[in-house]
Design a protein around this ligand. Structure first.
Ligand code: 6YU
Length: 497
């Protein structure tokens, strides 16, 4: 029965924690989590710059509303600001876009006039929405979102902006390049040229104005962990191989750890990030993954998005400013990649969000950078990154004396247990790939023991992939899969509550 079933969960990120919570509540007595690192939370990772709390990983609750499990848990644990709990806040639907009043600075060291660039912002937003709607149409008329956007923008500029003076038209195109870089960060991709057009609308947003955890996102994982039995998680225990069987036998799964320890289990829930699976699938599973599953692991995208926190003694931006964009005046070709990563990686950084409120964060900005440029940034020393950021800000503001006090950056690509930031639907992907990824082993139709290996984690959610709420729901989904499996065979054994 389910009480005796041995369940091993690999990974103590939010998906693994959510799965454990649900199984334990349902009366499973032999649940354990094996975690490679010395901490829980995975890509939920709260850090400090000086005495200020910052998020190295997940930042917002995307779409805080009743349907969002992260919002409901955070509210239950008392982790949110009163503002975020207001019904008005939950009702606001911005369709996943950042509802901020932006400031634009250009590479020639001047602040740009909002009216000059408003048409570019409007056009870009329209085209992004159109990209999402393509899902409902048949076929894939454009190879990627990037190809679509570039073609549409260039056509629009030639037809609708032909009477606009040359300098303004060029500037608008440069603004669009900047917005493409923002979109790369949102999607966790190197370039929008790698994001599937046909599948862009698969990702769904929830209503509610995105909010943050004033005491840190880790409050969520800590509260959930506190409800689990002590000793359920074994830390510093990387799993090397999951031995399952496709043969007709009742043999349980054998999990082999890096330190040589071997554990048997009836069921293993794998919550390992897609980035790690891409790199290590051939050694992680024995026998190897079935081909359809392997191909989906390879096809689905997993990109890098990093943050660079920059602290100042005094602000060089206005008190009401929430986001600062940097527009390169040589980028009117509608581009989201730099010509040479080593010499110009910094051009990929789209700008900064301002951490608010000032009483809590002081004068702290968060820079965002995605893609190969971001992966290269990770290899540089903190001093090299500081120098590049300082030069960039001085150039764009025209103020030659601005000097950061200190910086702190994330390095998700070189994190050996994550190998990037989050998943996206790459070129040629469809919902079928997400279905393949979440399908348990052995695959349907097999005669061997069912539900040996189950798959949860951010990248396995069919419409909320790349988010914390998506990850929570996948942990619960796989726990439910086991719960209903056992309730079908031994319904009387379940607690009545
Ligand atoms: C969100 C946000 N957010 C910014 C940045 C990042 C992410 N996300 P985990 O990795 O947590 O756990 C796996 C564990 O497994 C881990 O502990 C490993 O150590 C362990 N492990 C690995 N290998 C192992 C082995 N061999 N043996 C044992 N253990 C092993 N999400 O809701 N709001 O603001 C952001 C952001 C920089 C890096 C984010 C955000 C993503 C979440 O962090 C992430 O999904 C979950 O934490 C994953 O949990 P998990 O348990 O699955 O894995 C149109 C369209 C667009 C589509 N995208 C739009 C949405 C935008 C996404 N937003 C992201 C934005 C930010 C800023």
């Amino acid at each position: 029965g389910h009480r005796d079933a041995k369940v091993v969960i690999i990974g103590c990120g939010i998906a693994g924690i959510a799965a454990a919570q649900k199984l334990v509540k349902a009366g499973f007595h032999h649940v354990r989590i094996l975690e490679a690192t010395g901490r829980s939370g995975g890509r939920i990772k709260t850090g400090r710059i000086g005495d200020k709390i910052v998020e190295i990983g997940a930042n917002w609750i995307h779409g805080p509303c009743e349907e969002n499990p992260v919002f409901c848990l955070a509210r239950q644990y008392g982790l949110l600001d009163p503002e975020a709990l207001k019904p008005e806040n939950q009702a606001l639907d911005v369709g996943g876009h950042l509802p901020w009043a932006p400031r634009f600075f250009s590479s020639s060291g001047r602040e740009l006039n909002a009216e000059d660039i408003l048409p570019a912002q409007k056009l870009f937003l329209e085209l992004i929405n159109e990209s999402s709607d393509f899902q409902s149409q048949r076929g894939e008329p454009w190879p990627s979102v990037g190809d679509f956007l570039r073609a549409q923008v260039q056509q629009h500029a030639a037809e609708k902006w032909k009477d606009v003076d040359e300098a303004t038209r060029s500037l608008r195109l440069c603004v669009i390049s900047n917005m493409l870089k923002v979109e790369c960060c949102v999607n966790g991709t190197h370039t929008m040229d790698e994001v599937s057009m046909g599948a862009f609308g698969v990702y769904k947003t929830l209503p509610g104005l995105d909010c943050t955890f004033p005491g840190g996102y880790e409050g969520l994982t800590q509260n959930l962990m506190a409800e689990l039995p002590a000793g359920l998680v074994t830390y510093n225990k990387p799993v090397r191989c999951v031995n399952w069987t496709s043969a007709k036998s009742a043999e349980p799964v054998m999990v082999e750890c890096d330190d040589g320890q071997k554990l048997v289990a009836d069921h293993v829930i794998v919550t390992i990030p897609l980035g790690y699976l891409k790199k290590h699938h051939s050694t992680l599973f024995h026998p190897p993954l079935p081909l359809h599953k392997l191909h989906s692991v390879q096809r689905l995208g997993f990109g890098t998005n990093n943050k660079i926190f920059v602290e100042f003694d005094s602000p060089w931006w206005d008190a009401d400013c929430e986001v600062i964009f940097f527009v390169w005046e040589d980028e009117d070709a509608v581009v989201d990649q730099v010509p040479d990563v080593q010499s110009s990686w910094i051009k990929k950084l789209f700008g900064f969000t301002v951490l608010k409120p000032t009483e809590r964060y002081g004068h702290l900005l968060c820079g965002w950078i995605s893609g190969h440029e971001s992966e290269y940034m990770e290899t540089l020393s903190e001093q090299q990154v500081t120098d590049a950021i300082t030069q960039l800000i001085r150039r764009f503001t025209g103020n030659p004396i601005i000097t950061p006090r200190r910086i702190l950056r994330s390095q998700w690509f070189h994190d050996p247990w994550t190998c990037g930031s989050y998943s996206n639907l790459g070129k040629g992907c469809s919902e079928q790939d997400l279905d393949n990824l979440m399908e348990p082993l052995p695959p349907k139709g097999s005669k061997s023991q069912p539900l040996q290996v189950l798959f949860a984690g951010e990248a396995t959610h069919h419409c909320y992939f790349s988010t914390v709420h998506g990850a929570v729901l996948t942990g619960w989904r796989e726990a439910d899969r086991l719960i209903s499996h056992y309730s079908l065979i031994t319904p009387s054994e379940f607690p009545k509550s």
